[in-house]
Design a protein around this ligand. Structure first.
Ligand code: SF4
Length: 320
């Protein structure tokens, strides 16, 4: 498989013009110096708790939020160097599925109009009959009769709306899709249907996914490789099997201990209980040191570097 996406030293900082009570500007380092790649037809799962920077990473890769620094290469092209006009063909190839399908579907529009929007944007010369055929095919691909395209989003359940959001994302034949917590707002039984649909579409359309979730069970089911994010850093990265058999970073191990079996966890907050708050982050040393049961003196003073502990298995921790 060849390389589709390559992300090098990506950072995304947000700076308030003024701090609280009009003080000095404050900078929030949402994502700091992370590197990874996604191959053709591969799913890279990114897991971590709320506020770890995983959604910001997905948006920065797509340039929905402009990165502060770093490099994003799509099929070798540095897309951060492109103008908005030059980006247009890449925007077609790189799509997103949101956690809440309402972000993708206008409640005042029929499903047909919502799905037609990106198709018309990228194919302004398309004929009416070709557009109709394409929408009908997309509806069938995500499990609906084409007659449902005349309905409005509120006439569908949450899971059905998400399937329509997926139809809209794939309507312009992307190669790469950022899936930002696409099943976390759904009931457990519906999650399985949507995940199976996404797996099938990946195989049929030869898609690559960056699949973001806080739920390790979901990540295990869908991913070829797993990246763990903590406080804006990518702290571990490995093939899925290797990760679930041999997670090495103390944070990954805490997550693994919270989900001993490959089951879908309904109480998501329980995953992260007992390890404090993500806001308690060391400014100089390891970002996890205030919560880490294995922390040493060096952990408080020095940021660990990324080490490849076995082929394809990267860990960012002073223990290795
Ligand atoms: Fe824990 Fe130190 Fe490793 Fe950070 S570097 S995860 S504090 S052992």
């Amino acid at each position: 498989m060849s390389r589709l996406l390559e992300v090098n030293h990506l950072s995304k900082f947000y700076t308030n013009k003024k701090g609280f009570f009009g003080g000095a500007p404050e900078t929030v380092k949402a994502v700091s110096d992370i590197s990874f790649y996604v191959d053709e037809q591969e799913t890279l799962g990114i897991v971590g708790e709320s506020g770890c920077g995983k959604s910001t990473t997905g948006r920065a890769v797509l340039r929905l939020h402009e990165p502060t620094s770093g490099e994003v290469r799509f099929r070798g092209q540095d897309i951060l160097a492109l103008s908005e006009e030059e980006m247009r063909p890449y925007r077609q190839k790189m799509q997103i599925v949101f956690q809440n399908a309402n972000s993708a579907l206008d409640p005042r529009w029929t499903v047909e109009k919502s799905i037609a929007e990106p198709i018309l944007l990228h194919n302004p010369g398309i004929s009416r009959s070709e557009l109709d055929d394409r929408i009908d095919t997309l509806m069938k691909e995500v499990g609906f009769s084409p007659m449902y395209k005349k309905k409005y989003p509120h006439e569908f359940s949450g899971g059905q709306r998400q399937r329509i959001g997926i139809a809209k994302a794939i309507s312009v034949s992307p190669e790469f899709v950022v899936c930002d917590e696409p099943v976390s707002a759904l009931d457990v039984s519906v999650q399985a249907q949507v995940l199976n649909l996404m797996k099938r579409l990946k195989a049929e359309r030869k898609l690559s996914y960056m699949f973001i979730s806080h739920d390790l069970s979901v990540i295990r089911f869908i991913s070829d490789r797993v990246g763990v994010m903590y406080a804006g850093r990518l702290v571990e990265l490995a093939e899925t099997r290797e990760f679930f058999e041999n997670a090495m970073h103390p944070y990954s191990r805490v997550l693994m201990a919270a989900v001993p079996k490959p089951v879908v966890v309904e109480d998501k907050a329980a995953l992260y209980q007992g390890i404090g708050k993500i806001s308690e982050v060391s400014k100089e040393g390891c970002p996890f040191c205030s919560r880490c049961p294995a922390a040493k003196d060096v952990c408080r003073q020095q940021l660990p570097s990324q080490k490849e502990v076995s082929p394809g298995h990267m860990v960012m921790c002073h223990l290795y």
